[in-house]
Design a protein around this ligand. Sequence first.
Ligand SMILES: O=c1ccn([C@@H]2O[C@H](COP(=O)(O)OP(=O)(O)O[C@H]3O[C@H](CO)[C@@H](O)[C@H](O)[C@H]3O)[C@@H](O)[C@H]2O)c(=O)[nH]1
Ligand SMILES: [Mn+2]
Length: 926
Amino acid sequence: MGREGHYPLFETKRARGRLIYRLFSVSIFVGICLIWVYRLNHIPKHGEDGRWVWIGLLGSELWFGFYWLLTQALRWSRTYRFTFKDRLSQRFENELPGVDIFVCTADPTIEPPMMVINTVLSVMAYDYPPEKLSVYLSDDGGSDLTFYALLEASEFAKQWIPFCKKFNVEPRSPSAYFASISNVSNGSHSNQAIKKLYKGMENRIENATKLGRVPSEIRSKHKGFTHWDSYSSPRDHDSIVHIFLNGRDPNTTDVTGSTLPTLVYLAREKRPQHFHNFKAGAMNALIRVSSKISNGQIILNVDCDMYSNDSKSIRDALCFLMDEKKGHEIAFIQFSQYYENITRNDLYGGSLLVIREVEFNGLDGFGGPLYTGSGCFHRRDTFLGRKFSIGYKHEEKRESTKRESVLELEAQSKELASCTYEENTQWGKEVGLKYGCPVEDVITGLSIQSKGWKSVYYNPPRKAFLGVAPTTLSQTLVQHKRWSEGDLQILLSKYSPAWYAYKKISLGLQLGYCCYCLWSPNSLPILFYSIIPSLYLLKGIPLFPQISSPWIIPFAYVIVSKYTYSLAEFLWSGGTILGWWNEQRIWLYKRASSYLFAFIDTILKSLGFSESGFIITAKVADEDVSRRYQNEIMEFGTSTPMFTILATLALLNLACFVGVVKQLVMGGLEGIEKVYETMFLQILLCGVLVLINWPLYQGLFLRKDKGRLPSSLAMKAGLPIYAAAVFIAFMLSLEAVFGIRFVIDREECFSHNVEYHGDTVHVSFVVIKVESSWHYTQDGVDLVVKGPSGHQIHDFRDKTSDKIEFVAHDKGVYRFCFTNKSPYHETIDFDVHVSHFSYLDQHAKDEHFNPLLEQISKLEEALYNIQFEQHWLEAQTERQAIVNDAMSKMAVQKALLESAALIGASFLQVYLLRHLFERKLGMSRV
Ligand SMILES: O=c1ccn([C@@H]2O[C@H](COP(=O)(O)OP(=O)(O)O[C@H]3O[C@H](CO)[C@@H](O)[C@H](O)[C@H]3O)[C@@H](O)[C@H]2O)c(=O)[nH]1
Ligand SMILES: [Mn+2]
């Protein structure tokens, strides 16, 4: 070409401050290593409390450290790109390549036809020679409503495109444009005229959409609808190809007589017995059909919700692809994806801010970003499996000069879009987009890069593409489940970035890919970290260094510097502080739910137990939901297993936190100091988890609107929450309940402190046996109970067993004295417990906590009673056994069986819990 002397069409700049960042990141790594050393050196010995937990923490921290290293690949070498479109026009205006634009839609209810055609119109109106531009709409919903909307759009385009060009309109999606000028007075005359046309079209389409079918008078006017004559369902129909506008036909002109871009509707054939491979299948059909009709050298793909916001984007992309020096090695240009509906503090982290502003620039420094679907320009050749070679040049294969008629083209295209076309071909494997992966884009991009190609990330000053981000928590979590699941599948697939790509792409890019591919395994250490330390906090076992130990330093350094950096990065990227806080929450929620399910599903899939799916993200929401979204109120509304997990996690942490606060308040100042010294990090962790879950507590207890967590979920979460509450109840009860067995000669006294006046005291005792095994007596004992002031409260005479409960009118020390009048030693089982309703007193004044505390207290009480009864029953049974022993062996066996059954029944309730949370019983024997 001999243009080597020209200025380049694009420029690449490296991020500033890289050295400082690298030093900083090395210092964090040193901190991480020290944390590992601490864990390794302090593993509790065999049989010591918390050994396995400790090892679990070590595993989690090893994982976090390793994962943190991966994320460094995304920050190590950030680059930024700049284009020179005027140079492109000067040198190439007459040699611009053909561009085929693919718009994908799949469901007319989730993706309303009006939204779809706005996207179509925005890309038809690109500032690009129309004879070189072709737009294809792939409709996997095979809907005549979408078809009808496109028919209307093809007519409206004849007014809209010249209007855009004449007035240099931006953005060129009509709906976005009219929304942008709606604040500005009434606009010009031409504005009003075109708006009227648009509104007319909108009315007709919306009416049809509301009706759910195209009115028959319209149907009869256009022959295209005959395609639906043999149609039975979206999943079972012939291929439909309809060329609305044929750019090759000189008669296809707009109202000013200028050529229009080609516009094609495609619904590939669907049959129930043929798997359709979701978007990848649609894209491959589009690649084939477009090669027949326009065969553009460049392909742009957008999702139907992602309209073009900048009419010059094709030119930006071409600056990279046509650059004389570097262009030949670039396979695709992924534009940054923005979302139109992001609110100020981005409640669901839908803008993927840091990925967009930092991480993809980092990938670009190592050979190029991932292909993430919408807003990506490709060379057609690379889609077709072509390997990179130094002297690459696209060979224009414009077929014979013979021009087929539209009908011929349609007929041939239908063939290319049939279900059976791909049988026994390499489509979906070596050719086109890859099948079998929920993120067809990422895996296809990786395989292109592995063939030696580079890619470019371009984040232009004017946002190029604007889409719709999920507006509810469950949609967000479902989308992330699909993504993280797909990414993990890639890691395990033939095209794994870990081994297949080795030496094919740079190490930095390999690590970068792994960072995304390993999203889902993060779920396990995160769950561990957000459950175990909190439970152990309540149990009183420290899992982190004491505040006075030097080992706290690496922990503090890593935590503080990592989070400060993350906040700074978020703010630099254009986020808000509250946005960052929201991001931390959604970070946790994704890991605890989406990633967990993705991880489990991927494992099941690789074992052949389940099939991949593709849940299309909803692009519309009802008014109520939208309003809450605008106000940044978290939307739960439905009950899904994901929410069950989140609610359980949140309640567990709340209960642990409340439990600890309660213990602290009861323990006095000294206790607080001790706990602060040994448990600071655990309290911090638990406290932050409680804070971050605030919207969930609101959704569970405080909100009344439809977006709250449904009560059915509370039922579902009931079991784990109940279990959690029982844990807590048990923990809280330990101060107040004890059981003891002792041998009495003449007299024994016990004392027990009752802390609040009005508490209920339960007392029971059973004389288990007398010393002489050969002689059995019915001798009982006496018990006298006295209050703090010495007055007698109760008095039992000559009883072998009994129980009472009384209300303590004074707080203070109560005394229980047993007297044995028989000449033998007797063994007595004695039990006292004090129940106290914490929600009645000062500890939690906040009325918002009351419902929960009340529940916990009730459970607490229920548990005491169960325990109490059990203890008494057990003692009784044991006594009975001894009695029976003296009478007959048969009876002994029966009694043993009975008590075994009894103990078995109580096993879950008492034995497990008690073993898990064993603690010294506070009891003084006087
Ligand atoms: O069977 C299907 C399913 C989906 N789609 C289309 O695929 C696009 C993406 O679907 P969406 O539900 O919006 O998924 P997102 O998670 O928002 O999309 C991102 O992630 C996908 C991979 O998971 C990529 O395919 C997309 O390009 C990328 O924008 C939409 O236009 C759909 O109409 C089809 O054409 N056929
Ligand atoms: Mn989408």
